[in-house]
Design a binder for this molecule. Structure first.
Ligand code: ACM
Length: 695
């Protein structure tokens, strides 16, 4: 078992890495630049994912009232809708009423499509495009609409405001993805995500060229799709929160319009309690069953020994195979602990009769049966890495999540694989940490070229124990864009400093799509403070992060009914303020700070110190903020420590040994979560204190 095994739901074993941030940034920047001939030496345009070839020209193409867009060559209604959407986003950003103008004007933006793409969209289709921007015209060319969709997004990222108005720089871009499968998994079982939330996030996916929505539709806490053959699934298993089949079809159509495939996941044989509420006969113990309200790993599992289980699954999967057009069908397979199987004498007898000594063997038997059902309905099965067993059929796509070793292991054995280990957005890791994870790194580096071909790509994963429709955008974006770049751009594009600079631009651009990752935070702060000015709360929130990994599970008592409306729920998983301050502290500690740098650091630290006095009286007014007092005081004390260190550093004075020792031990304590919040200024202040010269 790898370090992460059992962690997803159990939340018990992995150490909290609160101090790892600076070390990881250093690590990421030290990664050897790998040779990839087409790679840009230094990304210069604010594009994300960075294209495989960028040649800068001279001059600018103005985006103004003279803008005219025309479709040439092959056309279809989807391209016309893409054109309209493109103009709507551009209008929202520039304020120019392009939708009307663009139809009347002489065209100067030419979209040239050679032919159609497959329906349904297929894995590995040509997604390349060429975008040529000159001062007089833009030409976007692609073999099919998929490349056009990507090229339009690239153009939107190029547009910025200059003294002469909105424009895009002259450039020739030739671009195609490194991996054909670039996904985002969204768990809608633990917290249901209404269609509007799914659509917003599909818009975000389109913007960064992600092309697979992996929709995790059933789990212990809820079954989220209408089944007509087995209506008790949604009637008893969803609290009324499920998608009708019409809604599913509309989300799939919405995704197709954006070049995105939709792969459904129905997690079996474990993670299936929501099925058993309506159909207890599927389970391995009599029941009755209720929806799980808590989080973790639970014992109920489908009975793999009864033919009736497979008859049910055959009928159900047949129905869903008709609803979801994609060629791939995810059957889960993770974290089945086998306890219900071991406790059932009939199942134990079945195992003996089939010479099985472990429940893993029984699960392999189940997976083999389900894979055949999936195949009989014309689909290719996909599963989490637990489904990789000695007899797993070769067709099954393995999704590696417990550690990257399973990725290379499966690829070596001839399976097609996807990487999700390292891309779990719910772990609250930094964009740089995700960015440093490459599907071809580690054990995969020694794969043969042919084995590497079987690495299809990867998926970011958004599990939703602590995520609601209100804050999901903030927990996915912008970090998912860094993963999107890892999966699209040349392998040599690895510089985290460049990534963060471009990520900030793309993050702002996503606002124009209606994503709420910037707007939900201030809205939630205002609610927390009632009527009063939330500014002091924002000062605190700006330098706090949720704890990494599953530490939060241990810091509170949570279930699906817990309102996720506190500071930890409102803040982004990665503090930009703290990261920038860490960079500043590193500059100061290295002796390279300018007078302006010193002044900036002092100002920030003084603001954090003084914030406590402003914030404390507000906190006690509401239950939502009452537990934040210690975190605020902690920030004040950390800031005071930083100010003292700066004083010593600026005056080049040796510091009393006792002061240094006491500060460092205080900072160690201060790094621990307070009210599920981690003070992210601590690593920077620690650097400053360590940089002082002891007497
Ligand atoms: C998983 O995170 N249990 C796939």
């Amino acid at each position: 078992m790898s370090a992460a095994t059992g962690m997803k739901r159990a939340g018990a074993k992995v150490p909290v890495k609160t101090m790892a941030r600076c070390a990881l940034l250093v690590f990421a920047s030290l990664l050897p630049a790998k040779a990839a001939p087409a790679a840009p030496a230094r990304p210069v345009l604010p594009l994300m994912p960075y294209p495989s070839s960028v040649k800068l020209g001279v001059g600018e193409f103005a985006v103004n009232n003279g803008f005219g867009v025309v479709l040439r060559g092959y056309t279809e209604p989807r391209l016309e809708r893409a054109r309209r959407r493109f103009l709507a986003v551009l209008s929202r950003e520039t304020g120019i009423p392009l939708r009307r103008e663009a139809a009347l004007n002489e065209p100067n933006f030419f979209i040239e499509t050679t032919g159609p793409s497959a329906k349904p969209q297929r894995l590995g289709e040509d997604e390349s495009y060429r975008l040529e921007v000159t001062p007089t015209a833009v030409h976007l060319r692609a073999a099919n609409p998929l490349g056009i969709l990507h090229g339009l997004q690239t153009f939107l990222q190029l547009v910025r405001v200059t003294p002469g108005g909105f424009s895009a720089p002259s450039v020739t871009i030739d671009d195609q993805p490194r991996f054909p499968w670039r996904g985002l998994m969204i768990d809608v079982s633990r917290h249901f995500m209404p269609v509007a939330a799914m659509e917003r996030n599909l818009d975000g996916m389109e913007a960064v060229k992600l092309n697979v929505l992996h929709w995790h539709l059933s789990d212990y806490q809820g079954f989220r799709v209408e089944s007509r053959r087995f209506p008790l699934l949604q009637q008893k298993g969803s609290d009324g929160l499920y998608y009708t089949q019409d809604q599913i079809r509309s989300v799939i159509a919405y995704a197709r319009d954006r070049g995105i495939r939709v792969v459904p996941e129905f997690d079996v044989p474990g993670h299936a309690t929501s099925w058993f509420v309506g159909y207890p006969q599927l389970a391995s113990a009599p029941g009755p069953y209720q929806l799980e309200r808590r989080f973790g790993i639970f014992d109920p599992a489908m009975d793999p020994t009864k033919e009736s289980t497979y008859q049910f699954l055959d009928s159900f999967i047949g129905e869903m195979a008709g609803l979801f057009p994609d060629a791939y069908f995810h059957i889960g397979g993770d974290e089945c602990n086998g306890k219900q199987w071991e406790a059932n004498p009939r199942i134990r007898a079945f195992m003996r009769a089939h010479s099985m000594t472990t429940t893993a063997q029984l699960q392999a038997y189940f997976t083999g049966r389900v894979e055949k059902i999936v195949a009989a309905h014309g689909k290719i099965a996909e599963g989490w890495d637990e489904v990789l067993q000695p007899d797993t059929p070769r067709d099954v796509v393995i999704q590696s999540w417990r550690g990257a070793a399973s990725l290379s292991d499966a690829a070596r054995r001839g399976y097609r694989v996807l990487l999700s280990a390292g891309y779990y957005l719910d772990l609250n890791e930094s964009a740089a940490e995700h960015y440093a994870v490459d599907p071809f790194a580690g054990n995969a580096a020694s794969l043969t070229p042919q084995q590497k071909q079987s690495i299809l790509g990867g998926e970011a994963a958004m599990w939703t124990e602590f995520v609601t429709p209100e804050n999901i955008d903030n927990k996915i974006w912008p970090r998912a864009a860094a993963i999107a770049e890892r999966l699209w751009s040349p392998e040599s594009v690895t510089d985290p400093t460049s990534m963060y600079a471009r990520l900030a631009t793309v993050s702002r651009k996503l606002d124009a799509y209606g994503l709420q990752h910037h707007t939900s935070y201030p809205r939630m702060l205002r609610r927390m403070t009632g009527g009063s000015d939330p500014e002091p709360l924002r000062v605190l929130g700006d330098v706090m992060q949720p704890p990494e990994l599953y530490a939060r599970m241990r810091l509170g008592d949570y279930d699906v009914f817990t309102p996720l409306n506190r500071l930890v729920d409102a803040i982004p998983p990665e503090s930009d303020t703290a990261r920038n301050f860490l960079n500043l502290a590193e500059t100061l500690a290295s002796g390279k700070g300018t007078p302006e740098d010193w002044r900036k650091a002092e100002q920030s630290l003084a603001m954090w110190r003084d914030n406590d006095a402003r914030l404390q009286p507000m906190l006690t007014r509401s239950q939502l903020t009452a537990d934040l007092g210690p975190a605020s005081t902690n920030l004040r004390n950390v800031a005071m420590s930083g100010l003292q260190a700066i004083g010593y550093l600026q005056r080049h004075r040796a510091t009393p040994r006792a002061w240094r020792t006491s500060q460092l031990s205080f900072l160690k304590e201060a790094a621990k979560p307070q009210a599920t919040l981690v003070d992210m200024i601590v690593p920077a202040v620690t650097q400053l204190v360590e940089a002082t010269r002891p007497q």
